[in-house]
Design a protein around this ligand. Structure first.
Ligand code: SF4
Ligand code: SF4
Length: 245
């Protein structure tokens, strides 16, 4: 019998989009698998484990798709754990209703488990904790940033969710997440040949902003001294309730 809660054929690139130039590109929460030592340490006192993954960001980052759940199953089984099966959510585990449906459909397996290992972002782990508070859920990954995937296995940071977007002033290039110093009134003066002084492999965000504003004939934007950004908007816990349209 399949260990997968929600059996499906497609496993990779299900939520990828192709842009106008035919370039495969997708945007997502970017995450990275924790070390095997860290994962084994978290599960040290637990034997029977259920793995969680989804076809959204987790699959796109190659940490929580079906293939990665199977790899984790092999790894944990090889280290004396008993993997009872997988809860796999089509879309993202941040959709609490979809997650609950999968849990309800597999409640016997959930009840038998000692612990849950979540191969998706921190939101997913906390969603499982809220739905299944009687048992422990552990994060198998570190959530890093919101990014773009220009090619498979390659992720670049684009947004750190500062709460007050300034892209309309910067030609659509984010200084908060793409400038190494997060400067709002850049550049810092250290840029060399268009590259950042901190990392000569990375383009200077403020050079990109300058070039873009010049092209848009909006260089006046860069001459303005911006007021202090309200960083309190970047702090949690944040909640938003959208009004129905
Ligand atoms: S300005 Fe803030 S919200 Fe806009 S892209 Fe940058 S980090 Fe994200
Ligand atoms: S060189 Fe550019 S990207 Fe790097 S810290 Fe200075 S302004 Fe920011």
């Amino acid at each position: 019998m399949s260990k997968i809660s929600n059996c499906r054929e497609k496993t990779v690139f299900s939520s990828a989009n192709t842009n106008v130039s035919g370039y495969l590109v997708s945007h997502m929460i970017v995450m990275d698998l924790k070390s095997s030592e860290d994962i084994l340490e978290m599960l040290d006192s637990f034997e029977k484990v259920v793995l969680f993954g989804d076809s959204g960001c987790a699959q796109m980052c190659d940490v929580g798709g079906i293939l990665q759940l199977e790899d984790m199953d092999d790894f944990l089984t090889g280290h004396g754990k008993k993997v009872l099966g997988y809860i796999f959510v089509e879309g993202g585990m941040c959709d609490a209703n979809a997650l609950k449906q999968e849990i309800d459909a597999n409640i016997e397996m959930i009840e038998e488990a000692d612990a849950f290992l979540i191969q998706a972002c921190g939101v997913a782990t906390q969603a499982v904790v809220e739905l299944l508070p009687e048992k422990e859920a552990f994060p198998a990954v570190d959530s890093k940033f919101l990014g773009v995937m220009p090619e498979r296995y390659h992720h670049d940071e684009r947004c750190s969710m500062c709460g007050e977007c300034v892209l309309h002033l910067t030609g659509g290039i984010c200084p908060v997440s793409r400038c190494a110093k997060g400067l709002l009134n850049g550049p810092c003066g250290g840029s060399m040949d268009g590259m950042c002084e901190r990392d000569l492999e990375t383009e200077c965000a403020w050079q990109l902003i300058y070039d873009r504003l010049k092209k848009l004939d909006k260089l006046d934007n860069i001459k303005k001294i911006w007021e202090m950004k309200d960083w309190s908007l970047a702090r949690g816990p944040r909640s938003i309730v959208h009004e129905e349209i």
